[in-house]
Write a protein that binds this ligand. Structure first.
Ligand code: ZN
Length: 504
């Protein structure tokens, strides 16, 4: 490579690495805020975060990055698509475009509006007061539209918003995947409901915190989550933060009267964390050194939480250990009863408490409603009623109020309307597709799981997905692994095999 090109590439890398470092530092401050910061630190912490965010935004939108990228265009085209440098330049171009198209003043105005909206929502939800947030939400829809309109080449107004968390996905792709999935799910949910209620009272006895945490971390460690490069703390809402490839932290939440909360949130976050820990170490310090999209991230948390952690073979191995940990609570409960309890399907009002099947219906309701809001076919004032109507139609339940209806999720009240929800269900769809691919390569995986061994599965996922960080988009990963586009069939197969009631 000509010396001049090398100089440009080095300078680009230096700048991108600085931006990535700032973003990691923000992550660490957020981790501290949600795990251990005393409440007296809140005001200053908000200032620290804002300062770092501002500096990062300035650096990310510096015209010099645009000039460097322009100068490297020919060079990138001459490199193999899969090479680190070509991938880095591709990703940097995408992020630079996204950061610079929305005028800084509009973006800053929106950030201030979103933080005001969040504060109103925090009061409005417990008070069941949709009227209080309504004018804020109307402005949010307006801001979301204005920011999306900065990308006039998009086919659908939601596309630029979706692109932020799931690059390459569009409203049209998601809509058609979801429409087909919904057709499959609604009858399956109905069959589960008709089969009668499952007794899950065994999960709601008293389970002391220490033993719960000990059991969860033991499983996470056996999955392959590396505690020498990670740690687990507690927070109100469980999350994962990657401070670097060598420092990926998870949190969990313990409920002494619900065994599934801490356990499955630990397995879920361990899945996110193993993805981040599995990135090739030499990508560290570049924007490539992190998971590629929200959907691929969710595919890994769901794969380890649900496909592995709620499977029968998994519990054939672990249930005797769980019984030994909680002999009084579970000694008289057999494996089959426990397995049914952790996989109970029941339409409910709250997305975050939903079972793995109905969960998707919650997501689709929100996705459809946010598209209608952005398209202007649904007015914010009619949103609560539209919400109830869809829940009635899709899940057969109706919230008694807006608190457990339209006000339940924070997403529309601390960010844009649009782009927030699709990743959860896309992640579910991908989880089954990636798992099927791993088993196709290594048919021994289910049997190994029955013996508490996960090395083959973990290695396959590291090799096929984790190591690449953000080099490939979700669509490219799917294409590389299956030779085609994202399809729902593996996920539908997985759900049907697991959840179709006997005789159903
Ligand atoms: Zn997650």
């Amino acid at each position: 490579m000509a010396q001049e090109k090398q100089g440009k590439l080095d300078e680009l890398k230096r700048r991108l690495s600085e931006i990535a470092d700032l973003s990691r530092a923000e992550g660490l401050l957020a981790w501290d805020q949600f795990t251990s910061m005393p409440s007296g630190g809140a005001e200053a912490r908000a200032r620290h975060m804002a300062a770092l965010g501002r500096i990062r935004h300035e650096k990310a939108t510096d015209p010099e990055i645009g000039r460097l990228l322009d100068g490297l265009e020919g060079h990138a085209a001459s490199l193999p698509y899969e090479s680190d440098d070509a991938s880095l330049i591709r990703l940097a171009r995408r992020e630079y475009e996204r950061a610079t198209r929305v005028p800084t003043e509009l973006y800053a105005e929106f950030i201030a509006h979103a933080s005001a909206t969040y504060q109103v929502w925090e009061q409005a939800r417990p008070a069941n007061d949709f009227a209080a947030v309504r004018p804020y939400l109307e402005k949010t829809v307006e801001y979301s539209r204005r920011m999306a309109e900065c990308f006039p080449e998009a086919d659908h107004i939601a596309d630029p918003l979706i692109d932020v968390s799931d690059p390459g996905m569009t409203a049209e792709t998601v809509r058609s995947l979801f429409a087909r999935l919904r057709e499959e799910l609604v009858p399956l949910v109905r069959a589960c409901v008709d089969a009668g209620t499952v007794d899950d009272s065994c999960l709601h006895k008293h389970y002391p915190e220490t033993e719960q945490l000990e059991f969860g971390t033991r499983v996470a460690r056996q999955f392959g989550y590396d505690f020498d490069r990670g740690r687990q703390d507690q927070s109100k809402h469980p999350f994962t933060v990657a401070v670097s490839v060598g420092d990926v932290r998870i949190t969990t939440r313990v409920n002494e009267y619900d065994l599934s909360e801490a356990l499955f949130s630990t397995l879920h976050e361990a899945g996110h964390a193993m993805y981040e820990q599995g990135v090739r170490p030499d990508l560290e310090g570049t924007p490539l050194a992190t998971g590629t999209s929200m959907a691929v991230h969710e595919s890994q948390s769901r794969l380890w939480e649900n496909i592995v952690g709620r499977s029968y073979p998994f519990w054939e191995y672990y249930y005797p250990q769980l019984q030994a940990t909680f002999p009084e609570q579970l000694g008289q409960v057999d494996l089959d009863a426990f397995y049914r309890a952790i996989n109970r399907v029941r339409p409910s009002l709250i997305r975050t408490d939903a079972d793995e099947l109905t969960y998707n219906l919650h997501v689709m309701v929100r996705f459809d409603l946010e598209l209608e809001l952005l398209e202007g076919t649904l007015a914010v004032k009619d949103l609560p009623e539209a919400w109830h109507a869809r829940y009635q139609a899709d899940l057969g339940v109706r919230a008694p109020d807006d608190r457990d209806g339209v006000l339940q999720d924070v997403h529309w009240f601390d960010g844009t309307v649009g782009g927030a929800f699709q990743g959860y269900t896309l992640g579910n769809i991908m989880s089954a597709l990636f798992y099927e691919e791993a088993v196709r390569q290594h048919p021994s995986i289910p049997e190994e799981m029955r013996q508490g061994r996960f090395t083959t599965l973990h290695s396959r996922l590291r090799e096929s997905i984790y190591q690449h960080g953000s080099k490939f988009t979700a669509g490219e990963l799917v294409e590389r692994l299956t030779g085609g586009e994202l399809v729902i069939e593996p996920y539908v197969r997985y759900l049907r095999e697991k959840l179709t009631p006997p005789g159903g």
